[in-house]
Design a protein around this ligand. Structure first.
Ligand code: ATP
Ligand code: MG
Ligand code: FE
Length: 356
């Protein structure tokens, strides 16, 4: 069985083919970041228009490079939500048109479930029959806790099994990745600057700037990052400095506050549920400070930390959509209703159950 995955929820056009036995055959991505960098953030209308230009050539080159033809594909998985409506519509329309032309079913994919499955992308012969979740190196049992940290989401999720999710906590305002990007712009870095901010922070002196860790003294597992964003912005705007050391010190102070907050909430979620294993995914899971804080914390609890096997699988990509598609195709959740329907808002908790 082979699935073509299409990702167009935000500003990356992603196309991939995932094979049941061979694993990932190809993963192609076109990032619009340069297009949006002039504006310091994603411009939805421009994003949708650019997807329409990129998507077909990406699919054609993915098939050409793998030597596959339409008859080698058993289903088309596309991101149906959540995301920007114009961007989602492009992926949905292309998936429906190809499914009609090739006479194969489509599979609606939840973008955050796809992120959640990204740690499995190195696997061949993917199987959940044994009830385990694995990134090749480590194998963990269900249930586990997932921290989904991206440009639009900050969520702590209890994963009872694939397809059965309970949201334990989430951000009541800005997502952590979004705040990394906004602070990065103020520090003079190009959008999306989360990764560059983290590099800048490496030269910073810890403790020169100490920012409040949001909501750690309140009970519960929700997050709030807008206060931290305001506190850091105020310092940057009042100093108006071009001194690279000062900028690095601020970046370091901000990163520490954000990462320590995420770590404290993960610890709380694990303790509260008496679960030992944690999976992180989404763009911010590429952050090395986050990985090191969490793996230290889990070591002391004799738990395991899993994250995507390559940095390119942390941020948006077609591979994770194709992989999620294969799982849902195998469990009978593909369909032939080709009405173009997208869900800009869609809760992980309301997904159709996966029977494997
Ligand atoms: P969502 O998945 O919620 O719809 P999105 O798809 O835009 O949002 P992703 O592509 O998963 O988000 O992740 C992008 C985000 O990850 C950006 O905000 C980016 O700055 C952030 N990011 C990437 N690398 C790092 C890093 N090393 N440190 C911190 N943030 C990072
Ligand atoms: Mg993006
Ligand atoms: Fe994403």
């Amino acid at each position: 069985m082979r699935v073509l995955g299409i990702e167009t929820s935000c500003d990356e056009t992603g196309v991939a083919v995932y094979d049941q036995n061979e694993g990932l055959l190809i993963n192609k991505i076109y990032s619009q970041s340069l297009l949006h960098s002039h504006y310091g953030g994603v411009v939805p209308e421009l994003a949708a228009r650019d997807h329409t230009l990129r998507i077909i050539p990406l699919i054609v080159s993915a098939l050409r490079e793998t030597g596959l033809t339409s008859s080698d594909i058993n289903g088309i998985a596309y991101t149906a939500g959540p995301g920007l409506i114009g961007s989602l519509l492009v992926g949905s329309a292309v998936a429906c048109a190809l499914a009609y032309a090739w006479n194969i079913p489509i599979i609606d994919i939840h973008h955050m479930e796809a992120h959640l499955l990204a740690p499995m992308l190195n696997q061949k012969n993917i199987s959940f029959d044994s009830g385990f979740y694995s990134n090749c190196t480590d194998v963990i049992k269900f249930p586990f806790i997932a921290l989904l940290v991206s440009g639009g989401h900050t969520q702590l999720v209890m994963v009872k099994k694939i397809g059965e999710y309970k949201i334990l906590g989430e951000s009541i305002d800005d997502a952590v990745g979004e705040v990394f990007d906004k602070i990065a712009v103020l520090l003079g870095l190009q959008y999306p600057g989360g990764a560059a901010l983290s590099v800048m922070a490496r030269n910073g002196i810890k403790g020169r700037y100490i920012f409040p860790k949001p909501m750690i003294h309140k009970p519960g597992l929700n997050f709030s990052f807008s206060g931290l964003k305001t506190a850091v912005s105020r310092v940057i705007l009042s100093l108006k400095t071009n001194d690279n050391q000062v900028k690095a010190d601020i970046a370091c102070g901000f990163e520490c506050a954000a990462i320590e907050t995420l770590t404290i909430k993960c610890y709380r979620a694990l303790k509260q549920t008496q679960i030992k294993n944690l999976v992180i995914s989404g763009g911010v899971s590429a952050n090395l400070v986050l990985r090191s804080y969490l793996s230290n914390m889990l070591e002391s609890m004799q738990g395991t930390l899993l994250y995507p096997p390559k940095l390119e699988f942390c941020t948006d990509n077609g591979a994770m959509v194709a992989c999620a598609g294969l799982i849902r195709l195998k469990s009978g959740l593909a369909h032939t209703n080709l009405s173009i329907l997208v869900k800009p808002r869609w809760s992980l908790e309301s997904l159709p159950k996966v029977e494997i």
